[in-house]
Design a binder for this molecule. Structure first.
Ligand code: NDP
Length: 329
């Protein structure tokens, strides 16, 4: 069975040479385990952090070992009560064809209720991140002006639409191409959007939000966060979701105007989606409902073949994806 291993720790942007496609025996399963044949796997920004040494909120990947991450697969053998051959499960042993998954780490999903890809995207971890970040962390309320960066990505495309559907006064998005900007406005119903490569973020944001913003959903950090702090209104709130502009650099940029947060009484709050499980059911119901009614739309960027997973991962870091970046095995 094929798997992708970490060959070396990337310096700056990863390259395909930091990965190795290897052959390993199909794993044998013990008590309480499932043998899962993967169908689709996720490539996510946080995986870049796990390629570095040092402690973070998830342990680092090990050189010479298979990577892991979110995946959906089919149970082909089961040593665990409650799981049967043919079940479809969401689990954490991606980057490989076959995984020996502890039943405790597997969640059954219904491939009839939604396409399997959705359990890694709009109805999965990124969708939940958007929902919890906006509602719980940024304490969004009806009538807020909301700015979302990384808006055409997996999390961003949901965050902006949840804001719109929950009654935002105005939703503004930023993304890295004119095509993505068009997608945000024409397909997702953002009120305004800009391509951050077209000029200083501060100026572009000020133009798109002349009266300022009440909430900033930050996927990017750096100059985006700085621009948002300038634009935030009194008592503005920021959900610090990620800082992808800093993931591949040794010289991270920060918000030099952070002092403004004092006088404006801003709230800047970091969060991890895993701490917001209490919203899980509400998220599934509300976002699932909007999708079924055609009110919330989404895209995915799917790369074919496990061997191309490193390319898909690097491409995602470079912004080649619109919506959730996935790999079909
Ligand atoms: P995306 O689908 O948004 O993919 C990453 C995107 O980041 C790219 O498509 C690219 O889009 C953008 N990007 C890359 N480099 C830069 C840069 N220098 N400046 C601005 N944008 C850049 O990924 P996700 O939706 O999965 O994740 C979005 C963010 O949310 C990440 O920061 C991630 O770490 C974070 N996250 C946090 C979680 C939490 O629990 N806190 C959980 C899940 C995700 P573009 O073309 O627009 O540049």
């Amino acid at each position: 069975a094929r798997e992708i291993r970490l060959a070396s720790r990337p310096e700056g942007f990863p390259t395909v040479d930091d990965f190795q496609l290897a052959e390993a025996p199909v794993p044998t399963i013990g008590d309480g385990q499932l043998l899962v044949r993967n169908i689709v796997m996720s490539v996510d920004p946080y995986m870049r952090g796990r390629m570095n040494v040092g402690k973070s909120y998830v342990p680092p990947f090990e050189i010479g070992k298979a990577l892991d991450g979110g995946a959906v697969g089919e149970v082909v053998a089961s040593n665990a009560p409650g799981f049967e051959v043919g079940d479809t499960v969401l689990h954490f042993l991606g980057w490989r064809e076959y995984g020996a998954v502890d039943a405790a780490d597997a969640v059954k999903v219904d491939p009839e209720a939604a396409p399997v890809n959705a359990y890694l995207g709009v109805l999965g971890m990124p969708g939940m991140t958007a929902y919890a970040g906006l509602l719980d962390v940024a304490a969004f309320k009806e009538g807020d002006v909301v700015f979302v960066s990384g808006a055409a990505g997996a999390v961003g495309q949901v965050a902006g639409q949840v804001a719109r559907l929950r009654g935002a006064k105005r939703v503004i998005g930023s993304a890295g191409s004119d095509e993505k900007v068009k997608y945000l406005v024409d397909d997702l119903g953002f009120d305004a959007a800009f391509n951050y490569r077209n000029g200083p973020v501060g100026e572009l944001l000020a133009e798109a939000a002349p009266d300022g913003i009440d909430v900033y959903f930050d996927n990017v950090g750096g100059d985006h966060l700085e621009a948002a702090i300038d634009s935030l209104t009194m008592h503005g709130r920021v959900a610090l979701c990620g800082a992808i502009s800093n993931y591949n650099t040794k010289t991270p940029s920060g918000a030099r105007n952070i002092g403004l947060a004092v006088g404006k009484r801003l709230t800047l709050r970091g969060f991890l989606v895993r701490d917001h499980e209490h919203l899980r059911e509400q998220f599934a119901r509300e976002v699932g409902g909007w999708i079924a009614e055609g009110k919330l739309r989404y895209q995915e960027t799917v790369t074919e073949g496990l061997d191309r997973a490193p390319e898909a991962f690097i491409g995602m870091l470079r912004g080649e994806n619109t919506g959730k970046a996935l790999v079909r095995l």
